[in-house]
Design a protein around this ligand. Sequence first.
Ligand SMILES: [Zn+2]
Ligand SMILES: [Zn+2]
Length: 133
Amino acid sequence: MVAHIKEGGKANQWRLKCVAIGNPVHLKCNACDYYSNSVDKLRLHATNQRHETAIRLYKHLQKQESACSGDQCVYYCALCDYSTKASLNLVQHARSPRHQQNEGLRKLQLHQQGLGGEEDGLNLHQLYHVKDC
Ligand SMILES: [Zn+2]
Ligand SMILES: [Zn+2]
């Protein structure tokens, strides 16, 4: 029960961060790099699929960050052999046409090997890594 409340609190905290950047007329969703001048629009944005995907990745990276001991971590996409020093860049990379294409191909491969079919799509842990510099 306590853990449950904690979880909810964390999620809310994140949303607040999402909203509180900048002044009230410039709202931003960090994970998607989405800007809006209306809270309603941002709320609507928070319900869409792409946002959900970005948040899942963002949280995944945050979790992995805690395991990284150095001052700076490197965020790595194993699918595209892409690495960056900013977690947001990796979240953005995950939306890029290049990554989407690779992800599509990978899913097709898994499907052909009979390993696909998960509704969740590809495993974040296999796809994205956080490493020390
Ligand atoms: Zn978003
Ligand atoms: Zn990628």
